[in-house]
Design a protein around this ligand. Structure first.
Ligand SMILES: C[S@@+](CC[C@H](N)C(=O)[O-])C[C@H]1O[C@@H](n2cnc3c(N)ncnc32)[C@H](O)[C@@H]1O
Length: 250
């Protein structure tokens, strides 16, 4: 069969709380407070296509891993939970695949103004969305499903504490204006330990990075330190200033 080139256009873009790949949860639902807004492209006039979706609690989002940086596909990948081990890409949910297409089931919070507000998202801000489908429990929930190598691998690795400086900053932001519980969101995100394997170190080759880490969440660079199994949130920096100092567009 002659391979075809298939062309698709995004139907929507996801605005999410995560500014970069680092820090974004590895699967949907792991950080239940992680928020996103899937905004349909106004020029496509898709509002009527949302009719009836309000009866569903969850949504499949089919999207493009547009922030992948690697060009060449590798058949075996290093999933973080295998701690240095390799496995076939099709036995993983790695973003690095022959066609960089992702699939996430997220919770629908609200549908309004040509947009779907969701939670539990694992997409980076600005992700192009190719399709949306309702999660249909009678078809999608498979009671006898097996989890292969993911069974017996923990999802949460770290305990999270906050410095007084970080707590004061979070407190000063308040909860007005629809702001969610930022402390809970930071905790849910860091418990998962976003660091790739080579940042964490492996037995015999310990963590080479003893300094601090940071991840982009909403308008902040959340700076933290890891000691053993404990992550301490040190401070919240202004994201734009941080990104500018790094010489990057925000
Ligand atoms: C392991 S993938 C799983 C995504 C989806 N649930 C799936 O199974 O296809 C999740 C990771 O993809 C990365 N990611 C999310 N959105 C991305 C994007 N638009 N481009 C590139 N990488 C992205 C983040 O680092 C996140 O931790």
């Amino acid at each position: 069969m002659t391979p075809q080139t298939l062309t698709f256009e995004p139907i929507a873009y996801a605005e999410t709380c995560y500014r970069e790949r680092f820090g974004t949860p590895r699967q949907p639902g792991l950080a239940p407070d992680a928020w996103g807004v899937i905004r349909l492209r106004p020029d496509l006039n898709l509002t009527d296509a949302l009719e009836g979706l309000e009866g569903f609690s969850h949504l499949w989002v089919v999207f493009l891993f547009h922030r992948n940086t690697n060009k060449a596909f590798k058949a075996k990948v290093h999933p973080p939970r295998l701690e240095g081990g390799k496995i076939g890409a099709f036995a993983t949910r790695s973003p690095h695949r022959p066609n960089p297409i992702g699939l996430s089931a997220v919770k629908i919070e609200e549908i309004a103004d040509n947009a779907i507000h969701v939670s539990g998202i694992d997409l980076v801000d600005g992700t192009p969305v190719l399709d949306l489908k309702p999660y249909v429990p009678s078809a999608d929930r498979i009671e006898a499903a097996r989890g292969g190598w993911t069974e017996s691998r923990p999802e949460r690795f770290l305990d999270v504490t906050f410095s007084d400086e970080a707590l004061d900053r979070i407190e000063s932001l308040g909860r007005g204006n629809g702001r969610r519980d930022l402390k809970a969101l930071i905790r849910q995100t860091l418990e998962l330990d976003p660091r790739p394997v080579f940042y964490k170190g492996v037995p015999g080759r310990e963590n080479p990075y003893m300094d601090t880490y940071g991840f982009g969440l909403e308008g902040f660079n959340v700076v933290y330190r890891v000691d053993g199994r404990c992550a301490t949130v040190l401070r919240l920096e202004n994201w734009s200033e941080f990104a500018e100092s790094r010489g990057q567009r925000t």
